[in-house]
Design a protein around this ligand. Structure first.
Ligand SMILES: NC(=O)c1ccc[n+]([C@@H]2O[C@H](COP(=O)([O-])OP(=O)(O)OC[C@H]3O[C@@H](n4cnc5c(N)ncnc54)[C@H](O)[C@@H]3O)[C@@H](O)[C@H]2O)c1
Length: 694
């Protein structure tokens, strides 16, 4: 055995040379690894006894991708492209042995080898698009030459991995090894040598790309098929162009085109935002005062109180990952209704083909229901999702305190109420926490985890882990009205309503917010959530808001009644004269002379208050870091990930410019525009939220 670099060895097994990489945890293609591969190929070339080479990785996976710690730094030679040229250029056949997840540069490396074997569970994919870039080491040129244009487009543009063995018929892999992968790969290499098979260069294969030549409709149809999902993103289009290049250009030119299109994305704002967000999401899992080794409480069973909109969705999350869950309702009727909704949701997934009937049956079997609180006695966690009324919640937590076993986590899905006050209705406030799911709770990825004053650290740690277990992204926040997400949403809502009174129509505001990249604007969102919710809250507090109040008085509660701010033709929102008349009247009643408001003002008026509120949230210690706020907004409200989140976005504009605009709005519209002290301070120091250290 010869050490080629710190992480790469060269071994010989008879006629077979083996390049063995061992760079835990995921064999990232760092400089030492790249150099090792190159040296390995050179070592094999120099040794006459070696007739073929096996490239394999130790540990849990083949190369899982680039080394993310090298991001943003100049690439140290040799770069991956150069190494892969050496690999493909080897006159001795190179066999890649795939296990785990061969992603990004990992798959590109495998494609530069002449043959590929895999174990049955190995997955391969090119996820670069998710970071706003594209595979830049030949992946876009080699993959279509192997799997064909349509399949390559799908893989490159979705970024989603596939099982390597599913590529057997295409030649993506040449053999699936059932037993020991290393032995299987060596046996395969021996066979190649025995049969005198050549070192097949994918770059020289043409038949699959030739099949798509002169058929631009393939690309046009594909563009159409992804248009809705990829709206606003730049990377998918560049990905498509690279595959077009693979079809229409010789390999070397296609490689140059790949490089050009890669560079274009790499230096752009979107990939900066998406790479930032990749780290932001991982960072959110770290809680400074909760050590990583905090002992977790086991969660093997769950109870949910309330089988309404939220309770049902929350229950599905547990059932989906095999945790048995019991719904507790006030009446049998409400329970039956709730469980029927869950069954209907699963049935829709079955009819769409996203799950099969057996999976649905398995999930439904995890869900039970009752009206008897006594069943909660042995549950590891109970999540309350009843009406948003403090009295009711306190009563329920009082009951839970009596019924639940010692050490059970008692959680509330409240979206606005004081978690400390709820906790105080029990004798064990340390076990109480807010778990704020977003609607639809079985779909939205965000889970705001609301830490009360007395919440125990192990309850926090367990909740963060639970989020991951049920495939959510947990963000720890503190107690305040609306927590992080809804508090910032309220700031946006306030300005959106003001804009409408001053001269914009709801559809103008919605268009600007939609074009910015949100799935919908504030008024379409209000129609979706139901205007009656806010109306009831205002009535309870003795408050009014003329436009939505008037809509509600007409029975226009939004989508569910067929009209709200908009009229609904099916799911299509159509601007409505009734709303316009109400708006004009409201302006008049408020003594406002309407003016024309441009799109830039609409955007700044809606989004700068969110940035300001975010700054206050940080100052008040209610979010750990600015990037956590960004995670809340991307996963909870559809902030376009290619703009990073509100705090990243503000940084990208420059906080000095944000503050300057806010001051001018303050002079025009009043003190609600006063910049938060933190925002002022960072701006005056020429800093951004990225520099904020808490
Ligand atoms: N709807 C949303 O978008 C949303 C989002 C996040 C959080 N929340 C919060 O989730 C909670 C539930 O909201 P929802 O929209 O699901 O309401 P919902 O009205 O759809 O459901 C509430 C359910 O609780 C049941 N219930 C009432 N009293 C009960 C009791 N004593 N015991 C057992 N069940 C009882 C009701 O029968 C009803 O089925 C609220 O606190 C709300 O603020 C809602």
């Amino acid at each position: 055995m010869t050490a080629l670099t710190d992480y790469v060895n060269f071994e010989k097994r008879g006629r077979i040379g083996m390049i063995v990489v061992d760079y835990p945890p995921v064999n990232a293609l760092s400089h030492a690894v790249r150099l090792g591969i190159q040296k390995g190929i050179e070592a094999a070339a120099a040794d006459d006894a070696v007739k073929a080479v096996v490239l394999l990785c130790k540990g849990r996976t083949f190369f899982a991708g680039a080394d993310i710690t090298e991001f943003g730094k100049p690439m140290k030679d040799p770069g991956l492209r150069e190494v892969l040229e050496t690999v493909e250029g080897s006159t001795k056949p190179v066999v890649a042995a795939l296990h785990g997840t061969a992603l990004g540069g990992g798959l590109e490396t495998a494609l530069a080898c002449h043959y590929r074997v895999c174990n049955p569970t190995a997955r391969v994919g090119l996820p670069e698009v998710k970071l706003g870039i594209l595979p830049g080491a030949g992946g876009t040129q080699r993959l279509p030459r192997v799997v064909g244009v349509e399949r390559a487009l799908k893989m490159i543009v979705s970024g989603d991995p596939i099982l390597a063995k599913d590529g057997l018929s295409d030649g993506l892999v040449d053999e699936v090894v059932e037993g020991d992968l290393t032995e299987g790969a060596i046996a395969f290499a021996e066979k190649i040598v025995d049969e005198g098979r050549p070192a097949v260069k994918i770059s020289e294969r043409d038949e699959k790309v030739a099949a798509a030549r002169g058929k631009p409709e393939i690309f046009e149809n594909f563009r159409k098929s992804i248009a809705r999902k990829s709206r606003g993103f730049e990377a998918p289009e560049n990905c498509i162009k690279t595959v077009e290049a693979a079809v229409n250009m010789p390999f070397a030119e296609g490689m140059a085109e790949e490089r050009r299109l890669f560079e274009e994305l790499y230096v752009g704002q979107q990939s900066a935002a998406q790479r930032y967000f990749f780290f932001a999401e991982r960072q959110a899992a770290k809680i400074p005062d909760v050590p990583a080794d905090t002992k977790r409480r086991p969660i093997a069973s769950a109870g949910i109180i309330g089988a309404g909109t939220m309770g049902g969705g929350i229950a599905m999350n547990f059932a989906n990952v095999g945790i048995p869950v019991t719904l507790v309702e006030a009446t049998q009727e409400a329970l039956d209704r709730g469980i029927a909704v869950i069954a209907k949701n699963y049935a829709t997934s079955v009819s769409r083909g996203s799950i099969d009937q057996a999976t649905m049956d398995k999930r439904m079997a995890q869900i039970s229901g009752t009206t008897d609180y006594a069943v909660l006695a042995d549950k590891d966690i109970v999540i309350e999702a009843v009406f948003e009324e403090m009295g009711l919640k306190k009563e329920i937590f009082g009951k839970l305190d009596k019924v639940c076993k010692k050490g059970a986590i008692l959680a509330s899905n409240t979206s606005t109420l004081d978690v400390d006050e709820i906790a105080a209705s029990t004798s064990r406030p340390e076990d109480v926490i807010g778990l704020h799911f977003f609607s639809p709770a079985n779909v939205m990825r965000l889970l705001e985890i609301v830490r009360g004053k007395k919440t125990a650290k192990d309850v926090i740690a367990t909740s963060m882990d639970l989020a991951k277990a049920i495939r959510k992204v947990g963000v720890l926040v503190g107690v305040c009205d609306g927590f992080v997400g809804n508090r910032m949403l309220a700031a946006r809502g306030r300005e959106a309503e003001a804009l409408v009174l001053e001269g914009a129509m709801p559809e103008d505001v919605d268009r600007v917010i939609f074009d910015f990249g949100f799935p919908m604007g504030p008024f379409a969102m209000a129609d979706l959530a139901g205007l009656d919710v806010g109306w009831r809250i205002r009535q309870g507090k003795g408050m009014t808001s003329e436009v939505p109040d008037s809509l509600c008085e007409l029975g226009r509660f939004g989508q569910k009644t067929g009209a709200g701010y908009y009229k609904y033709e099916g799911r299509n929102a159509v601007p409505d004269q009734v709303t316009r008349d109400i708006v004009l009247k409201a302006s008049k009643n408020a003594g406002i002379e309407r003016r024309s408001i441009d799109d830039q003002e609409i955007l700044e008026r809606c989004l700068f208050p969110m940035v300001n509120e975010g700054a206050k949230i940080l100052e008040e210690g209610l979010a750990i870091r600015p990037s956590d706020i960004d995670v809340v907004w991307v996963y909870g409200y559809g902030w376009p990930v290619y703009r990073g989140g509100p705090m990243f976005w503000a940084d990208s504009i420059g906080l000095d410019k944000v503050v300057e605009r806010m001051r001018s709005f303050r002079d025009q519209f009043g003190d609600q525009w006063e910049p938060a002290p933190l925002l002022e301070r960072l701006a005056s120091e020429g800093k951004g939220f990225k520099d904020y250290k808490g």
